[in-house]
Design a binder for this molecule. Structure first.
Ligand code: GLC
Ligand code: GLC
Length: 827
């Protein structure tokens, strides 16, 4: 069942009912000011850091769901309704929500009155701009009252949700004409305030929540709205809000447009106040308000936003025989990559914005999907991340976006972390051809006095693996690898202990983790990533170092074949007792997804047919119609030696859930191995546009990836196997976005930046006749046509560039050539 439709021409998803199976959201803002907005206008805003600069309040895990938002209430002669349906939930005569690139349009109609709300965050602007157009579509004059509503968060979202003894007494506002200012703690230690304005006179306001809503009422029936009149309340403590009240009369056919702005302002310490020393200095707020105080200015801001996205999405476009692929690649997957790059894993409808900072591994992987859009920002991000690394190549697992410092609470010793840095730096060079990133001086642990070049950071990353091997010559598993929930040194039996950071006393003397437990996944990631490091060294003429690094990669492959090949697939790990994990010999969890794709893509045991055997086993044991499960069979009890993974009921999260992030690695691997049909099958099982038809099962947004989909074992714990099979969770902020962008654009469609130029080597469904693509790459335009006359999956028979036949499938780069017409014939 569907709850809307794609409008590809406008790059929008059009939701046609407010009762989606879960709130379907969008993100506004790409720079400093961000908003989350659901299809019923729920959500919240923050500046840069969702925890420390939360501007409006939101209630997670609330009943009913999705409470807190920018609400507009209309009281039309006793009929009270919201254009976005919620929170009053009066049945509307018409409803539509269009989520677009950085904006959302919500329209509702009731009793002949139409309301259209457009929300966006303009470029280079710290605020959300909201335009409301009301049109009387009836034959009679209409008089009604309008109320806006925003609830302030007292800045630190964590403190806001627990320190009530203080927070009920600190809230402060100021009212100036039609502008309501939120200034809690501004007099004392904060240099920032927020405001909510409207570009018209008002007939009243409320700034105190209890006066507006009533202590025993809710968002769905605020007393002031029911009464049809604001109370002109002035908040002093308790819960400050901002609500404008306006009486409006419209003749038949007449419209009225209002522009509201929710803004954030920072002031230098010596300019915080007016001459009286206590009134807020509003100069900056007034400038911001003036920037969008008419519908014309509003339209100009929207046009600028559209031009920004036209440019970003113009860098790579494809035209394939499948329109769902086109809309994923051309629109939604790229859009999601921008969101994950900006937000990391901090704020979604499943991430509260107070939990996590930027992940070392997560943010490096996000770069892979984003780097072609704004390479400069990718470079800045890579340097920020690398700056939190330790001199021995280890890393803080997370850092805070405001301070950019490593987060000591989470610490380090995640065995995979350093390798992702090699991958992101390589991706940056492949995209830009800018080798100078390797010369950047980058600190260790943010200490510039011990800075080294980025190249040196790559070296310590590479050797961090080499220097931390276990008994089989495989990388130590440490606290966790990519799978946060495989914690082989934890042996935790006490509630509340973090599986990732708790140090079991038995390993305290060994440095915090077992020197026996090894990760085959990190071994495979090493053999996949390492060749990039070797290629970089060769490019720099460091042949001896390159040879030494290559020898380590070869040794690792040998060790994998000796100790990590289980006959039909690769093992997952050796646990702290030296026992195999992810082997046929195991009772449960016999096969895991994570090592397989990287092993295939680095040709480990190629001559012994490992790729074919592994792909066959994956197809048989892990594949389902909704994607590949992470492991099989699911764990049905707690294995203390494995850690968090076995705490999840079977079929969810890392315990046999369909963890879409790692599905991409298999899609890439199948494509790499020439199995384009198999790759595409897995792609289409999870790609959001393909899940649209089953939105009732999938639940989360059909335009973006979620981290997890219930696996075939979901429900097994309660004797109802298959119960939530196919049900998506944790949408938006996931490495799946970047990796599936890589999988579809580089591995399947085969447009792959490489160190020496653009490589075209598709691995597509055999049924396809071909495809076309355009790509801006290193300052030139590429027009690519792929023809597949003999209907194969993979193989380039010939390639012409500007009419000339070329050897191989890398387009030779010519310095002065700005237009490349490329024709690839498969065969
Ligand atoms: C989450 C984390 C990511 C981790 C994955 C598997 O998506 O953000 O860092 O690799 O889970 O545990
Ligand atoms: C928990 C989650 C896992 C996530 C990790 C991040 O372990 O289950 O999916 O990656 O937290 O810290």
């Amino acid at each position: 069942m569907k709850f809307g439709k794609f409008d590809d021409a406008n790059r929008e998803y059009v939701i046609t009912t407010p009762r989606t199976p879960y709130p379907w959201i969008n993100y506004l803002g790409t720079q400093g000011f961000f908003s989350l907005i659901s299809n019923t206008a729920g959500g919240y805003s923050f500046y840069k850091d969702a925890r420390l600069r939360r501007i409006t309040r939101y209630r997670y895990n609330n009943v009913p769901i999705d409470m807190g938002g920018r609400y507009f209430y209309i009281n039309d002669n006793g009929t009270v309704w919201n254009p976005g349906w919620s929170p009053v939930k009066t049945e509307l005569d018409a409803y539509e929500c269009r989520h677009g690139m950085g904006y959302t349009i919500i329209s509702g109609k009731k009793n002949g009155l139409a309301a259209k709300l457009t929300f966006f965050v303009p470029q280079d602007y710290d605020g959300e701009v909201q335009q409301l157009t009301l049109t009387n579509e009836s034959d009679a004059e209409k008089s009604f009252s309008l109320f806006s509503f925003a609830e302030w968060c007292l800045w630190d979202a964590q403190d806001d949700s627990n320190n009530f003894q203080r927070n009920f007494s600190t809230g402060r506002v100021e009212i100036d004409g039609s502008v309501i200012y939120h200034k809690t703690e501004y007099r004392d230690r904060r240099n920032h305030y927020a405001f909510y304005s409207v570009n018209d006179s008002i007939d009243g306001y409320d700034t105190d929540r209890d006066s507006f809503i009533g202590l025993y009422n809710g968002f769905h029936n605020p007393e002031a709205v029911l009464a049809g009149k604001a109370t002109d309340s002035f908040a002093d403590g308790w819960a400050p809000i901002a609500s404008h009240y306006k009486k409006i009369s419209l003749k038949p056919g007449e419209s009225k447009t209002l522009v509201f702005i929710l803004g954030y302002v920072e002031m230098p310490a010596d300019q915080k106040f007016e001459a009286d020393g206590k009134t807020i200095n509003k100069v900056k707020a007034k400038e911001m308000i003036a920037k969008f105080d008419t519908p014309e200015k509003f339209a100009a801001g929207m046009a600028e936003l559209k031009a920004y996205w036209d440019k970003l999405l113009g860098i790579l476009t494809v035209d394939t025989p499948d329109e769902r692929v086109n809309r994923m690649v051309n629109i939604w997957n790229q859009y999601q990559c921008m969101v994950t790059f900006n937000l990391s894993r901090s704020a979604s409808y499943f991430e509260s914005g107070i939990g996590r900072g930027m992940g070392f591994r997560d943010s490096n992987q996000d770069v892979l999907g984003f780097v072609h859009q704004i390479p400069d920002r990718a470079k800045e991000r890579i340097i920020d991340i690398a700056s939190t690394q330790f001199p021995d190549g280890g890393c803080y697992h997370q850092y805070q976006p405001l301070t950019k410092k490593g987060n000591a609470d989470i610490g380090g010793d995640f065995s995979d972390d350093p390798l992702w840095l090699i991958l992101s730096v390589s991706a940056y060079i492949k995209e830009t051809g800018d080798w100078s990133i390797l010369d950047e001086m980058v600190p260790y642990d943010n200490d510039m006095s011990v800075a080294q070049t980025m190249l040196e950071h790559l070296k310590v990353s590479f050797y961090h693996i080499v220097n931390n091997l276990g008994p089989h010559g495989l990388p130590l598993a440490m606290r966790a690898d990519w799978n946060d929930c495989i914690n082989l040194s934890c042996f935790s039996d006490t509630p509340g202990e973090s599986f990732q950071t708790y140090t079991n006393p038995k390993f305290a003397a060994e440095g915090g983790y077992s020197k026996t437990a090894e990760s085959v996944m990190v071994a495979a990631l090493f053999t996949y990533t390492g060749p990039n490091y070797v290629a970089i060294l060769k490019h720099l003429g460091k042949d001896d170092e390159a040879a030494a690094a290559q020898a380590e990669i070869d040794k690792m492959k040998k060790n994998m074949m000796e100790s990590a090949w289980d006959g039909d697939w690769f093992l997952r790990a050796y646990d702290a007792n030296g026992e195999k994990m992810g082997s046929k010999e195991c009772e449960e969890g016999q096969i895991f997804i994570e090592p397989q794709g990287f092993a295939i893509m680095s040709d480990v045991g190629k001559d012994e047919g490992t790729a074919e055997k592994t792909l066959a086993a994956i197809d048989e044991r892990l594949n389902t119609k909704f994607g590949l499960v992470l492991n099989n069979p699911a764990y049905s009890k707690y294995y203390i030696q494995y850690g968090e993974i076995s705490t999840y009921p079977g079929g969810y999260k890392e315990n046999a859930g369909i963890f879409t992030h790692n599905n991409a690695w298999i899609i890439c691997a199948a494509a790499y191995a020439g199995k384009g049909d198999q790759a595409f099958k897995y792609y289409s099982e999870i790609a959001p546009a393909f899940t649209e038809e089953t939105s009732d099962i999938h639940k989360t947004e059909p335009y973006v990836y979620g981290q997890m989909i219930g696996g075939k074992d979901a429900g097994s714990d309660i004797g109802r196997t298959g119960k939530n099979f196919g049900q998506g969770k944790n949408s938006w902020l996931t490495g799946t976005a970047a990796w599936n962008m890589v999988a579809i654009s580089q591995y399947i469609l085969g447009v792959q930046p490489d160190f020496d130029g653009l490589r075209i080597d598709p691995s597509i469904p055999s049924a396809w006749d071909g495809l076309t693509a355009t790509r801006q790459f290193r300052g030139a335009n590429y027009k690519i046509r792929v023809e597949n006359p003999s209907h194969i999956c993979k193989g380039v028979k010939s390639m012409t560039v500007n009419g000339k036949e070329v050897e191989g499938c890398v387009i030779p780069y010519e310095k002065d050539c700005k237009e490349y017409n490329v024709v690839v014939t498969m065969g």
